[in-house]
Design a protein around this ligand. Structure first.
Ligand SMILES: [Zn+2]
Length: 80
């Protein structure tokens, strides 16, 4: 990824690698790599299958819980 741009306004929707982002947080400064890995895994991240945060807004469908809508936080357009 890293190429996750809004098709309407070109806003960068990529929020960065989950582990990298957590490692940069001040409140995790004194945590070990193993501890941060454990927290990252709560988001579904793993060393073999790293995932990234997204800045997309998520809207749930009132009538269909399996149906999600994604929106750009800058221009509000719907994505996909
Ligand atoms: Zn946009």
């Amino acid at each position: 990824m890293g190429n996750d741009l809004c098709p309407n306004c070109n806003f960068n929707l990529d929020g960065g690698d989950v582990f990298d982002k957590l490692s940069c947080l001040a409140q995790y400064k004194n945590k070990t790599e193993e501890e941060i890995t454990g927290i990252a895994e709560l988001y579904g991240w793993s060393k073999g299958k790293p995932i990234r945060f997204s800045k997309k807004l998520v809207q749930y469908d009132l009538f269909d819980p399996g149906n999600l809508f994604f929106q750009c936080p800058r221009c509000g357009c719907y994505i996909d």
